[in-house]
Design a protein around this ligand. Structure first.
Ligand code: DGL
Length: 280
C-alpha cells in the first residue's frame, strides 16, 4: 500500500464502495447493517458488467477509473466490493493510494481458515477470480496444510440477475456445479462472488447442513469496521435527515439498477445517477 495520509481521512467522510454492477450491493448492505452511521458512495459499473469474463488488464483499467471517480467525493476509504476486481486489480490499486483500501477476498479467506475443521475448503466464484487463484494464495499463506478446491460457476451471475433466486433451473445448475465439491468432502464453502449470497438458501439446501458457508460480504464489513475503529475514523454521529447518507452512481441503466437495489436493500433507494466513467 502507498503511504497513508491521515489528513485526508475525516470521520464524517463517506466510504467509496464499487462493483461491476449490482452485486456489490450485498457488501453495501452488510456495511449499512454493521456500521449504520457511515455514509456510502456506491458505484456500479452497469455499462461494462460482467467483469468475471474479462482480462486482468481490462478489469484493472476499469477499477482505476472508478477509484479516481470515487476520490472526487473525498472518501476516507475504498471498498472493492467485487471479487473479480479484488482478484485482478487490488495490487495495482494499492500501489499508490494514500487512503486505506479493503477488498472482499482476504476477509473471506481468513474466516474460512478459522472455521474449517477438516482442512478442505471449497471456493466458488467467477472464471476470472478462479483463474487468479487469489483465494488459494491467501488461504495457503495463512495455513499451508489446508487444501483448497476452486470451482468457477459462470451461470450463477445471470441466474441471479434474472431474479431466479428460488427456481428449479437454478437448483439444477447449482447441483451440477457443486457435485464435485460435495464428493471431495469439503466442510467449508466460500461464496466468492458478490451475487452468491442471494442464492444462499438454494446453495445451503443442495450442499447440505454439514458445510459451513462463508459470506465474504459479511466478513468484509466486519474488517472495515475494525479498520475504521483502529484508525479512529468511525463516524460517531448519525447522519441527519437530508444528509444523503447513501448515494448511488452507475455507468448505465440507472432505473434497472434502482429496481434491483430495492429488492436487495431495505432502505428505499429512490435514484441512481449515471456517470460517464470513461472520463475518469
Ligand atoms: N461482482 C462480480 C464478482 O464478485 C460478479 C459479477 C461480474 O462478473 O462482474 O466477481
Amino acid at each position: 500500500m502507498g503511504q497513508i495520509n491521515k489528513e485526508l481521512m475525516h470521520k464524517d467522510a463517506p466510504i467509496g464502495v464499487f462493483d461491476s454492477g449490482v452485486g456489490g450491493l450485498t457488501v453495501a448492505r452488510e456495511i449499512m447493517r454493521q456500521i449504520p452511521n457511515e455514509k456510502i458512495i456506491y458505484f456500479g459499473d452497469t455499462a461494462r458488467v460482467p467483469y468475471g469474463s474479462k482480462s486482468q488488464k481490462t478489469v484493472t483499467r476499469y477499477s482505476e477509473q472508478i477509484v479516481r471517480f470515487l476520490r472526487t467525493f473525498q472518501v476516507k476509504t475504498i471498498v472493492v466490493a467485487c471479487n473479480t476486481a479484488s482478484a485482478y486489480a487490488l495490487d495495482t490499486l494499492e500501489k499508490d493510494i494514500d487512503i486505506p483500501i479493503v477488498d472482499v477476498i482476504k476477509p473471506g479467506a481468513k474466516m474460512a481458515t478459522e472455521v474449517t475443521r477438516n482442512g478442505r475448503i471449497g471456493v466458488i466464484a467467477t472464471e476470472a477470480t478462479i483463474s487468479s487463484q487469489m483465494y488459494t494464495k491467501y488461504i495457503t499463506n495463512l495455513n499451508r496444510s489446508i487444501t483448497i478446491y476452486e470451482k468457477a460457476c459462470p451461470l450463477f451471475v445471470p441466474l441471479v440477475e434474472e431474479g431466479l433466486w428460488e427456481d428449479p433451473v437454478t437448483d439444477e445448475i447449482v447441483r451440477r456445479y457443486l457435485t464435485e465439491l460435495i464428493d471431495i468432502d469439503i466442510d467449508t464453502l466460500i461464496l466468492g462472488c458478490t451475487h452468491y449470497p442471494l442464492i444462499r438458501s438454494t446453495l445451503r439446501r443442495i450442499i447440505g447442513d454439514k458445510v459451513t458457508l462463508v459470506n465474504p460480504a459479511y466478513e468484509t464489513a466486519v474488517e472495515l469496521r475494525q479498520l475504521l475503529s483502529e484508525m479512529n475514523i468511525l463516524n460517531e454521529e448519525t447522519p441527519g435527515l437530508g444528509s444523503n447518507q447513501y448515494q448511488f452512481y452507475v455507468s448505465d441503466k440507472a432505473e434497472k439498477f434502482v429496481r434491483f437495489a430495492n429488492s436487495i436493500i431495505n432502505y428505499g433507494i429512490l435514484s441512481a445517477k449515471t456517470v460517464n466513467i470513461e472520463e475518469y
